[in-house]
Design a protein around this ligand. Structure first.
Ligand SMILES: [Zn+2]
Length: 309
């Protein structure tokens, strides 16, 4: 897969893992005037309107939000010597001045730079994890945030179990059959919207097994060769999408009627014609699903389709 920007993933952010064990350094950065605080409120974010009119999704320590920041900021990392923290303001919403609006990340993705959108996604995933792991899964005692917010520890002295942020792996697969690819519509989607096959990895499965199982369950197609195509964090709320291309071994489609309402084979020509007419809406531009489709289309255009996938 060509090296291109993966939305919601910024490898330029230094996660400074060693600093998570350094409370004095964290405290210093919490008070630094340049540090940025990415706030999360029930999956939305307070956006500050800057003097330039542009919106930015973070606060400085001296912004209007100062004094309203709840405890336990989460250390995200450092980018160009600027520390980033996530703060959960769901239960303690700051008094928002007129220059601040609450918006969802995907509502404003086209207005944000890669660094800011990735920081929001990272913050969102960690805040979600903290909110859903406030009690120890082993003994039910409240947990507390530690190590810069990257661990929650059970406060029961006899248990003391440590809990780590979790990410749920999910496969997302473009099934191809020579010069056709399979696109499917989920039941609750608009009539023209189509995407690739997707599903969560289950315990005891390899990724290849999940690809084959989900494809057969959702659209009734058997697949053979499976090729890894790249990954994308998908913090809505806590998934890691693992992209694959799979070669179909059968071509009759039988949708499950539950998750998937409709599916069909699309040649590049049909994709072009149907998107132009509005009959087909491809997956959103920020998704790995869209990339899987576009990569395949580009290869077909360039004649790079010697193998099954
Ligand atoms: Zn416990």
């Amino acid at each position: 897969m060509p090296q291109r920007t993966i939305h919601y993933a910024d490898d330029a952010m230094d996660r400074v893992a060693m600093r998570r064990e350094d409370p004095a350094w964290i405290d210093d950065r919490l008070r630094a005037p340049t540090s940025r605080f990415v706030a999360v409120a029930s999956g939305r974010h307070p956006f500050v309107r800057a003097e330039t009119g542009a919106r930015r999704p973070w606060f400085l320590a001296h912004d209007a939000i100062e004094g309203s920041l709840p405890g336990d900021p989460i250390l995200l990392g450092v980018h160009e010597d600027i520390a980033y923290f996530a703060v959960d303001v769901t239960d303690a919403p700051p008094s928002l001045p007129d220059s601040v609006t609450l918006l969802g990340l995907r509502e404003v993705i086209t207005d944000l730079g890669h660094r800011d959108s990735s920081a929001l996604a990272y913050a969102s995933a960690l805040v979600h994890w903290h909110r859903t792991h406030r009690f120890c899964g082993a003994c039910g005692t409240p947990t507390m945030s530690t190590r810069g917010g990257h661990v929650r520890r059970c406060t029961d002295a006899d248990c003391g179990r440590e809990h780590f942020p979790r990410t749920d792996p999910a496969v997302i697969t473009l099934v191809v059959d020579d010069d056709r690819c399979l696109l499917a519509r989920r039941r609750n989607w608009a009539p023209g919207r189509r995407s690739t096959v997707a599903g969560f990895v289950e315990p005891g499965e390899t990724l290849e097994h999940t690809v084959a199982r989900e494809t057969f369950e959702e659209v009734g197609v058997r697949v053979g060769k499976v090729t890894y195509r790249g990954s994308q964090p998908w913090p809505f709320p806590q998934s890691l999408m693992l992209g694959f291309r799979a070669a179909a071994e059968t071509s009759d489609i039988a949708v499950d009627g539950d998750e998937i309402a409709q599916a069909d084979w699309y040649t590049p020509e049909r994709i072009e014609a149907d998107t132009a007419s509005g009959a087909l809406i491809l997956p959103p531009f920020d998704s790995i699903s869209r990339r899987l489709v576009e990569d395949w289309l580009a290869e077909r255009r360039q004649g790079l389709h010697a193998g099954p996938c």
